[in-house]
Write a protein of this length. Structure first.
Lengths: 412, 423
């Protein structure tokens, strides 16, 4: 149970406060409602590049990191296809420094040319390190456009290619800031050894005077229902063949999301899960196999991926996965197996509450989805899922015409 | 309100570590516990020192640890997995340079159901041949993928250069997996997984009932000899060579530079941590500020000091654009020289002091992190006063002392330099 209070500033900034005096620390988390899905298709990777630029100094403060480190704080950020999230952890007595820094860069950036040039290089190196210079690193650069033809989930947060990052201009950076980095498009969470009344005063002082801006209206092209199986084969310098199967699945706020999520647990969570048990241990068809989903806000992807064992053909490997998927479509999960994945879920939620930062991030994310209070009802929603609902989801998701299949083959 | 002026701030005055309490089991196993937190759950660590290193069967200890839960006299691997998962518990095995651990995470309400399974695993594992065969095959596959990663190759080479043919230096090859025998695993299991070689650390919401059931489950009827052949290694400092492994298609080169240094038992260790933080130990470090934030040569660069039982070592690691590899190394050399020759300014040192104290305070998030701090001292023969000394050093170390340390530990010529990719 994560308790919190909520208020909204006159400029539209939503603020949540979670008091936790078991720690001397505080977290200040700002979620901006912008991600890679909001990018122009010709300027992909921009939301993430912009996240880097948020550390290049703001209008009144030349350095973001240094004053924070000076008061014992640490910070970081991440960009996903849906959101951009910034967080600071510091001794609670120095919360005001976090408010000062975070409010100034919400007010305006320094827009330094040097920072833009350097961060374009840094992001290009990140692109190489994570996507190009790793075995199988480019899988998502290939799978996303295969599975999505209309929706902007067709590109990864890092962007489609190095070129679009290299071409970023300062005028684009300013326009992006003015459009998305406004109080009415942000959710601020303060958590830890803090008193709500004091936080309220501090937040109003530092953030209250920032011009509201206009909350951008999101109107993304939706992905039409897939009607036909899609396939792509890639050859690369990797030691082993690998198979990736992606299926469209319900959106995060869809009532059937919870059943779809539990499907991935049944298939792949723990050493007793079906794919591990049957395909890796018993039939020895795979040396590695996993199922998971991307958990995105708009309709997402359910992924099954594996590396066939030596001597097992890609066809046989895929056939074996389909057999397991068909079993979920044709047979209702027994009570014991359903209880098992629910117990694991309950346990995970409980362990998740041990981290102050996780609590703060979750509050912001659930507030974005609609209501932070839903975080506290999440376990209950999983507990209510029935075996029939899981079977229905399996039938809905695991259809050939809903599949995008990437065969990643080892050269020679 | 003047936005150009930083608000007043407070120094971190007091950092309080929770002391682990001792609760010895009837058979003498030392059990330590930290009882804290709101969540009704617990983490139980069973920690065994690595023993009887044999370079002729280098994967023996790792494989034994990895296969512990793959079958006992009473249960198959499938049955064990089914039970742990059913109770929502997480079983994790850790094999590190000095220790092999089994770690259980569970809600307290399921503790009495999972503890007997742990006992099975620790006292009656049988290592079925079929499970060993599966393990070998899958590990070989996994290794073949790892060997395509430049950072992995750099780490393997670096460890071999520093630590030679010991457990610290060993880098597994595919053929060694094929040589694993069931008899080796059984032999190692008997030598290592026995009460005289075990320490238990319990953290979370720990009740008297939990402690009593730990004693009832593990405090008796666990056979084992008393003689434990613990690993002991000694090393000599190398001469500082360049070790280059060419990867023709590399877009980036992986760098790993370093040398043998000191571990946590050395009085200078906290001081060296301050020096390391300034050099490459945090986002604002000299290496990051220069090589990432000024030059844009890399996504990340850092340095660290690792503390092992029989050695400490200092290292710098990064993946840099292949075209700027030489330039990046030159900047590393330059930054080391600066620390040897120019006193760190009071401003920078004040920042690093505060950063390190805030970071220590922030690392004490919950019962698990307090337990981790306890292990950091206990297994090095230190006590809680170590962190008092650490805090004292961070608060008071002088720029002169840092130059002195830099002249001992930051000599570029003495570093082993591993480069994987293009030069």
């Amino acid at each position: 149970m994560v308790s919190f209070e909520r208020f909204t500033l006159a400029n539209g900034l939503q603020v949540l406060v979670h008091e936790d005096f078991t720690t001397p620390m505080a977290v200040l988390n700002v979620l901006y409602d912008v991600g890679a899905r909001d990018e122009n298709p010709n300027q992909t990777g921009f939301a993430h590049l912009f996240e880097h630029l948020m550390f290049g100094g703001s209008v009144n403060i030349p350095s973001y990191d240094e004053p924070l480190q000076r008061v014992g704080g640490e910070n970081n950020a991440f960009t996903s296809n849906d959101i951009t999230n910034y967080y600071i952890t510091l001794p609670a007595v120095n919360l005001e420094t976090a408010c000062w820094l975070e409010s100034d860069r919400m007010l305006s950036l320094a827009f330094s040319e040097k920072s833009l040039e350097v961060q374009k290089n840094v992001v290009c190196e990140e692109f190489k390190q994570r996507y190009l210079n790793q075995p199988y690193g480019d899988v998502w650069l290939k799978m996303r456009p295969l599975a999505y033809e209309k929706h902007p989930y067709q590109w990864a947060t890092i962007g489609k290619n190095l070129m679009q990052i290299e071409e970023a201009k300062m005028e684009d950076v300013k326009a992006f800031f003015n459009q998305f980095y406004v109080p009415s498009n942000a959710i601020l969470v303060v958590a830890g050894a803090v008193k709500t009344a004091e936080v309220k005063k501090m937040v109003e002082q530092w953030f209250g005077s920032i011009p509201s801006g206009v909350k951008p209206v999101r109107n993304l092209p939706q992905e039409p229902a897939q009607l036909q199986e899609k396939r792509q084969t890639v050859e690369a310098n990797v030691p082993l063949n690998a198979l990736y199967m992606a299926f469209h699945m319900p959106a995060r706020q869809d009532a059937s999301y919870y059943a779809a999520d539990l499907l991935s647990d049944i298939l792949s969570r723990g050493n007793s899960s079906r794919l591990y048990r049957s395909l890796l241990k018993e039939q020895q068809l795979f040396s590695d196999i996993n199922a998971y989903h991307l958990g995105s806000i708009d309709p997402g992807l359910f992924i099954v991926e594996g590396k066939p064992a030596p001597g097992v053909s890609m066809e046989a490997a895929e056939q074996a996965i389909w057999q397991e998927l068909d079993r979920l479509k044709n047979e209702t999960v027994v009570e014991k197996e359903l209880t098992k994945v629910k117990n694991k879920l309950e346990s995970t939620m409980e362990f998740g509450e041990m981290s102050l930062l996780d609590k703060a991030m979750n509050l912001a994310y659930f507030e974005l989805l609609g209501n932070a209070e839903d975080l506290n009802h999440e376990t209950g929603k999983y507990m209510a899922v029935t075996a029939q609902e899981i079977q229905e989801q399996a039938q809905q998701i695991f259809r050939k015409e809903n599949a995008s299949i990437l065969s990643y083959l080892a050269k020679n | 309100m003047d936005r150009t002026q930083a608000p007043a701030f407070k120094q971190v005055e007091h950092i309080s570590l929770l002391n682990a309490k001792k609760y010895p089991l009837d058979n003498g196993i030392p059990l330590f516990f930290i009882d804290a937190g709101e969540q009704d759950l617990v983490r139980i660590e069973f920690i065994f020192d690595n023993v009887a290193w044999n370079a002729a069967s280098p994967l023996q200890a790792f494989a034994t640890n990895a296969l512990l839960q793959e079958g006992t006299s009473n249960y198959t691997a499938a049955q064990l997995a089914e039970k742990f998962d059913y109770y929502g518990a997480f079983l994790q095995k850790d094999y590190s340079y000095d220790q092999s651990s089994v770690v259980l995470y569970t809600l307290n309400k399921h503790l009495s159901s999972v503890l007997p399974l742990l006992r099975e695993i620790l006292t009656d594992a049988i290592f079925p041949q079929s499970e060993i065969d599966t393990f070998i095959r899958n590990q070989q596959q996994k290794l073949s993928v790892s060997l395509e990663k430049n950072d992995v190759l750099a780490r393997r080479s670096f460890n071999q250069v520093l630590f030679g043919n010991t457990l610290y230096g060993h880098a597994p090859v595919v053929e060694e997996y094929a040589q694993l025998q069931r008899s080796q695993l059984l032999e190692y299991y008997k030598k290592a997984y026995q009460p005289a070689n075990c320490t238990m650390v319990v953290s979370g919401k720990v009740s008297e009932t939990t402690l009593k059931s730990m004693n009832a489950t593990f405090g008796n009827n666990w056979e084992g000899s008393t003689a434990v052949d613990k690993n002991e290694f000694s090393f000599i400092t190398g001469t500082g060579k360049t070790h280059f492994l060419e990867r023709p298609d590399a877009l980036q080169s992986a760098l790993r530079l370093g040398q043998i240094a000191i571990n946590r038992t050395h009085p200078d260790f906290p001081a060296l941590q301050v020096l390391n933080t300034i050099f490459g130990g945090y986002f604002g470090s000299r290496l990051m500020a220069n090589i990432r934030e000024d030059k844009g040569y890399t996504y990340g660069i850092g340095s660290g000091i690792a503390s092992l039982k029989d050695a400490g070592y200092f290292f710098i690691a990064s993946e840099v654009g292949a075209d700027v590899c030489t330039a990046a190394i030159a900047e590393i050399e330059k930054e080391m020289k600066l620390l040897r020759t120019v006193l760190v300014s009071e401003g920078e040192l004040a920042l690093v002091r505060n950063y390190m104290l805030g970071s220590l305070m922030g690392s004490l998030e919950n019962a698990f992190s307090h337990a981790d701090k306890f292990k950091n001292t206990y297994f090095f023969g230190l006590d809680a006063s170590y962190y008092e000394r650490y805090v004292q050093t961070v608060r008071t170390i002088s720029p002169q002392k840092l130059v002195e340390l830099a002249n001992t530990y930051l000599q570029f010529d003495k570093l082993e330099k591993v480069i994987v990719g293009k030069q």
